[in-house]
Design a protein around this ligand. Structure first.
Ligand code: HEM
Length: 312
């Protein structure tokens, strides 16, 4: 929220609660089966009320995000005479581009909302899967902690600058993205605009298609022992996860690749390093259930509950 809107919110109250409810409503709408998509003749009746809920959500988002843009505009004018001490956020970046790129308010609202909407649950869900794996595999957790101790030492906190030197930590994040990709279906809908043949299959023009990244990352023909959690495989082979290697493209690839991948990875690496540097993570009496639940993202069906013991 701070990088995009330049503001911190208290969750559960005031504007924080409003934002939380809008994000939740968006995920509910995207994750629900809409019969109107499959039975176009009934579509206009909007029997489940999906279209009506979408309209209400769009109005709320326009009002909320439009208000933040307006606040920035006013502040940018008044700030000219005052000292400019504020760090620029993503709204400022878009406002700087406004004239050059002919951005309308609705373009800016759409881009800003996408950043909030797509950037929140993916990062949280990936960290939850990683921590579940850390609890389940104490020997891997200890190895990552030993690496952090060796690179950072015990007298200071791990920082952004240390992250490139933590190779095993990177391997753990990659292996979790392989086994539990938060976005397992790339581009919920891609449309074939021409007749095309893909790997021996005929795809007629007009077909809606999705890429099942989960199936690729669990395919025995591509990965040895695909159901084993083995970060070591990425120490032995440095596979890029940024979209150039289609064996593992958890952020997609090509024109619709995730624009937040660098920010998402930077956040996850730093938080994971801090969590491991400071605590030893252990299972609760309920254990760890790795069952998956596909909503908008691939979530843990039963949220992780575990113990954190401060390390020396
Ligand atoms: C580790 C965290 C993240 C994962 C695993 C992830 C994954 C993905 C995936 C799989 C897609 C779809 C790509 C495709 O359809 O080909 C996507 C799209 C997108 N992501 Fe991320 N993402 C993450 C973090 C973020 C963050 C932090 C932001 C924003 C700050 C973000 C913003 C977006 C947006 C706006 C899109 C839509 C792009 C488009 O449709 O053109 N993501 N992400």
């Amino acid at each position: 929220m701070e990088s995009v809107f330049g503001k911190c919110y208290d969750f559960g109250k005031g504007e924080g609660l409003e934002l939380e409810e809008m994000v939740k409503e968006g995920y509910d709408l995207l994750g629900s089966l809409n019969w109107s998509d499959h039975l176009p003749l009934l579509g206009w009746m909007d029997l489940q009320g999906v279209r009506r809920r979408c309209r209400i959500l769009v109005q709320k988002v326009n009002l909320f995000v439009g208000g933040i843009i307006e606040e920035h505009r006013i502040r940018r004018v008044t700030e000219v005479s005052e000292t400019k001490s504020r760090v620029a956020d993503f709204v400022d970046v878009l406002l700087d581009l406004e004239k050059e790129e002919k951005l309308s308010d609705s373009d800016m609202i759409a881009v800003l909302w996408e950043m909030i909407f797509r950037g929140t649950d993916t990062v949280a869900i990936l960290l939850e899967w990683i921590m579940a794996r850390m609890v389940l595999h104490p020997e891997i957790q200890s190895k990552a902690q030993a690496e952090i101790d060796a690179v950072v030492g015990k007298s200071r906190l791990v920082s952004d600058a240390d992250i490139p030197n933590l190779r095993y930590l990177h391997a753990i994040v990659k292996e979790t993205l392989r086994m539990h990709p938060p976005g397992p279906l790339l581009s919920w809908a891609r449309l074939a605009i021409d007749d095309v043949h893909v790997g021996g299959h005929f795809v007629p023009a007009g077909t809606t298609a999705m890429v099942n990244m989960w199936a690729i990352t669990h395919d025995e023909a591509i990965w040895s022992e695909p159901n084993e959690f083995k970060p070591e495989r990425f120490v032995a082979e440095d596979v890029s996860i940024m979209g150039s290697d289609l064996r593992l493209a958890p952020f997609g690839s090509g024109r619709r690749v995730c624009p937040g991948k660098a920010l998402g990875l930077a956040t996850v690496h730093l938080w994971l390093a801090q969590l491991l540097q400071n605590y030893k993570w252990m299972p609760s009496s309920e254990g760890v259930d790795l069952s998956e639940c596909l909503k908008m993202s691939l979530e843990m069906e039963n949220p992780l509950i575990c113990f954190a013991l401060p390390r020396e």
